[in-house]
Design a protein around this ligand. Structure first.
Ligand code: PD2
Ligand code: ZN
Length: 287
């Protein structure tokens, strides 16, 4: 049975009204699943709206759920000088803040990352919302591996470039994570921030605080499928070797943008390799 991974305006209103009435998150998720919603999507959607509602609404807040858009951390312009490389901006979305970027990595850099990662891939995990522990689940059918910040000259050069692009110091970054998806591999829609009401989030945020932005860089072109999807926007970014999609979801007030719900669509043919950088509010690494 095909499950639903998109919210209509009616469902948004239904979730918002019920949360405002004090209904339990799980009861809303259960109702949505009974109405054919994907369970992980329903949970992420309700948690995300709760995050938006719980955030203090500024008097000048431009959006109904209170997220105030500030100047993006990604530099302005058609081209961005990112440390040692000039990156081209192919697309910008203002609300939520998303950009598609070309030439973030050279072809040889992509191949080198794949070569290094292939030797030490492990089944990917997600953060269990209840415990904060990393668990392997069916929603994320990929394998991955991390590279410590500044692990060596090659990784340090990429960390510096990505930090310049994302407008935050290298030390705010988690180590680069390479992911590999085979045919059928996917990552169901989710938020990259830690939902404030999940019991497991606090332990994730003790070092570095909340995640604020993501850069997903594509290490190969996928034969069919494998787009990065933003279900709230109806936007699909197709993998292109060396290109990337950037999005940010936490502002200076600590509000979180639920419109950045996103996922990795199933790989229908071929394979997909990406490398991801997540930035934190504060210093995360020891670099
Ligand atoms: O593989 C992707 O395109 C993807 C999509 C959404 C990866 C992630 N999120 C992630 O690693 O957080
Ligand atoms: Zn993600």
């Amino acid at each position: 049975m095909q499950t639903i991974t998109q919210l209509t305006p009616e469902w948004r209103t239904w979730i918002r009204d019920n949360l405002a009435r004090g209904c339990a998150v799980q009861s809303l998720v259960d109702d949505m699943v009974r109405n054919r919603f994907d369970p992980a999507f329903a949970s992420a959607a309700v948690q995300g709206m709760l995050a938006g509602l719980a955030a203090p609404a500024a008097a000048s807040a431009p959006r109904t759920d209170g997220y105030a858009y500030e100047t993006p951390r990604l530099p302005a312009g058609n081209r961005i000088r990112a440390a040692d490389r000039e990156v081209k901006v192919a697309l910008r979305v203002e609300r939520p803040v998303i950009a598609v970027l070309d030439d973030v990595l050279g072809a040889e850099e992509c191949d080198e990352l794949v070569r290094r990662a292939a030797a030490k891939l492990r089944r990917s995990t997600i953060v269990d919302p209840a415990t904060g522990r990393h668990e392997a689940i069916a929603d994320r059918s990929s394998e991955g591996t991390f590279f410590e910040i500044n692990a060596d000259d090659f990784i340090a050069r990429l960390d510096r470039r990505v930090s310049a692009l994302m407008g935050l110091p290298v030390e705010h970054g988690e180590g680069l994570q390479v992911l590999h998806y085979g045919p059928g591999g996917e990552y169901k829609p989710h938020f990259d921030f830690f939902p404030p009401n999940d019991p497991g989030s606090a332990s994730q945020m003790t070092v570095g605080g909340q995640r604020v932005s993501t850069l997903v860089m594509y290490l190969n072109a996928v034969d069919e499928g494998g787009a990065t999807i933003f279900p709230e926007l109806g936007l699909s970014v197709l993998p292109k070797k060396g290109s990337a999609v950037y999005f940010e979801y936490a502002n200076g007030r600590g509000q979180l943008d639920a419109l950045t719900l996103h996922g990795g669509a199933p790989v229908l043919r071929g394979e997909k390799w990406i490398v991801t950088k997540w930035m934190r509010q504060r210093r995360y690494g020891t670099a």
